[in-house]
Design a protein. Structure first.
Length: 367
């Protein structure tokens, strides 16, 4: 979850302090060893620095196992876990991190497995995405409206026991849903929805109030409906996008997922203490921010003081290349020819001098 951690970098005397161009501090959270090296690369393991007093009971399938934070504003995150057989793991990331994710993600399926596919949500609005399915769920349709959208589909209808209908199962093709006015007592009418089906014995009408269950017999239609529900479920958090990782293989295997995304830079803070003997004692701390929604528990952490090249690239936005339009020769030949431009160039043709022009003579030249 979103937390800030204060981690001990080193505790050395002032005489042993060495200034280095690149400082790397490694942590193994929830370990008790403390060490410090006065070299160009300093490493330390510290006690405590738990992300949470108690780990969550339901941890994700691929928890964060390693974090490497750079002073250039990015961080490398590695998730590790165990999968069995062919499985899919769903993760969610903020919208602004999808470009970095597509640019840097590395997946490894160890022990004989392989990576199948990686799917992620598009940038299209949820309403536009839902309208692309066979059944449009964007406007919160009713039971009758859903069945009316599935006209022509073959379904299995289970009827419940009522005063006018016997319990049973019907199989037929949806013709449509209509509204009927049916009598309800003396001089009273009610509006009821009626499902019209084409069955083996002919056309039948069933009240929607008597329908207990409807199942699509077309597997393509059934799959489209399930996909629309998945998109609808993942759209509750508009600030995040779902990323699905598919692993294929047999048996239990270790998998790793690594990526580089934007992260707050880690900061340092130092304390200088003088004891009674006048011997200085220098203590350094690193301030680390966790902007994610997950706890960093049992995480291997490395803090790198360097400025690696970090850039952004828009891979999330779909790109389309314009193409020329070629007309069939048949239609092009039917059009009349068109001309454009002047018949002569005024710059090259001298103007006509009316004084030197000779009048025409009938019957020959004038003597």
């Amino acid at each position: 979850m979103r937390r800030s951690h204060l981690l001990a970098v080193a505790a050395v005397t002032a005489a042993a302090l060495v200034t280095a161009g690149v400082l790397t501090v490694s942590y193994a959270l929830k370990q008790s060893a403390v060490a410090a090296d006065a070299d160009d690369t300093k490493q330390a393991k510290v006690d405590g620095a738990k992300a949470e007093p108690a780990a969550r009971s339901s941890s994700p399938q691929l928890p964060i196992a390693q974090v490497v934070l750079f002073s250039s504003g990015v961080g490398y995150f590695q998730r590790e876990g165990e999968v069995e057989g062919s499985t899919r793991i769903d993760l969610s990331f903020p919208v602004q991190d999808i470009n970095d994710l597509l640019k840097s993600m590395v997946l490894r399926d160890l022990n004989g497995g392989h990576i199948s596919t990686v799917n992620y949500d598009s940038q299209a609005p949820i309403d536009k995405t839902l309208r692309g399915f066979a059944v449009n769920l964007s406007a919160n349709p009713t039971f009758g409206q859903i069945l009316n959208q599935a006209r022509g589909e073959k379904v299995e209808v289970v009827l419940q026991q009522s005063s006018t209908t016997q319990a049973g199962t019907l199989t037929g093709t949806i013709i449509g849903v209509e509204h009927q006015r049916q009598p309800a007592g003396k001089d009273a009418f009610v509006e009821v929805d009626v499902l019209n089906l084409w069955c083996a014995e002919g056309m039948r009408s069933v009240k929607l109030a008597d329908v207990q269950r409807v199942r699509f017999l077309n597997p393509v239609m059934d799959s489209e409906f399930k996909k629309a529900l998945e998109v609808l479920a993942l759209s509750h958090d508009t600030q995040k996008k779902a990323v699905s990782l598919s692993f294929a293989g047999e048996g239990k295997r270790q998998v790793r997922v690594g990526y580089v995304i934007e992260n707050p830079i880690w900061k340092t803070s130092y304390r200088l203490v003088l004891d009674k003997d006048g011997k200085p004692f220098l203590q350094g701390w690193a301030v680390v921010d966790n902007p994610t929604d997950e706890d960093w528990s049992n995480v291997r952490m490395a803090l790198v003081s360097g400025r690696p090249i970090s850039f952004q690239m828009d891979l999330y936005q779909p790109l389309y290349v314009p193409r020329p339009v070629v007309e069939p020769e048949l239609f092009a030949s039917l059009r009349p020819p068109t001309y454009s431009g002047a018949m002569f160039d005024p710059a090259k043709t001298p103007p006509l001098d009316l004084n030197q022009a000779k009048p025409p003579v009938l019957g020959g030249e004038r003597p």
